[in-house]
Every structure is written in C-alpha cells, then in structure tokens.
Design a protein around this ligand. Structure first.
Ligand code: NI
Length: 136
C-alpha cells in the first residue's frame, strides 16, 4: 500500500517570555534578546500537523481531515490561543516556551489521538522565517 502524508494548517496567537530564572537580566537579554522582555510579547504562531501512514482501503483516507481539524482545535487551539504561555499553561511555568518546547508540547498532546502505526509530525512557525519540526 502507498504511504502518504496528510497535513492540516492551524493558527494561534500567544504571548511568552523566554528567560532562565537563575540568570541575570543581562544574561537573559544577551541569550534571548527581545524574547526576554519582562513584560511579555506576542507571536502569531502558524502550525502544520502532518500524519503519515497507509491509505485505508475502505475510506481512501490516511486520516479523516475533519477529525484532525477538530483534534487540533480541542487539544492545541483551546489550550494555547490568546494565552500567556508562561502564566496560563502549566508546562511552561517550568520549561521555557521556545518554539522547540511548544512543538514538543503540541506533539505530546496530539500523539495519543493518532493511530499508533501512523507517524505524527508537528511544524511550528514562530515567525514567517523561523520554524521548528518535531516528529515521531
Ligand atoms: Ni518571542
């Protein structure tokens, strides 16, 4: 059977601040730049969620895209959209809300809902030119 990758785009806005609590303000500013602004700042995150696997011979789908759309809305958009990630999302009270860590967070929320034999891939754009990918 043919293995095909299907993808769904989504979007959310969120605020964050990158910093390490044990570092001075100067070191945080040197490492994280504008993303370390103590008063937070926002990003327009663009998300691409892909599922790769065999085509189901009955439906002709790898995965029903409506199911994927609803899953992203429930697990990602409702958790992150218009949130201050450092303050309102439990995981990011402990770990830095970098694009890398947000991509892993999204992957971990979606993975239990994707057929185990299929591969899940999350690509997250923090800016139009900066993006990260995590898959498994
Ligand atoms: Ni930032």
């Amino acid at each position: 059977m043919a293995k095909v990758k299907v993808s769904r785009k989504a979007h959310f806005n969120a605020a964050h601040r990158l910093y390490h609590k044990d570092w001075s303000d100067e070191k945080n500013a040197a490492i994280f730049g504008k993303c370390s602004n103590p008063n937070y700042h926002g990003h327009n995150y663009e998300l691409i969620v892909s599922v790769a696997g065999e085509i189901d011979p009955e439906t002709g789908f790898v995965m029903d895209m409506k199911v994927l759309k609803d899953l992203i809305k429930l697990e990602v958009e409702e958790a992150l959209d218009h949130k201050n990630l450092n303050v309102e999302v439990a995981e990011f009270k402990i770990i830095n809300p970098t694009a890398e860590n947000i991509a892993v967070y999204i992957f971990n929320k979606l993975r239990p809902h994707i057929v185990a034999a299929n591969e899940l891939e999350v690509t997250l754009y923090e800016t139009p030119r900066n993006f990260v990918t995590y898959k498994g």
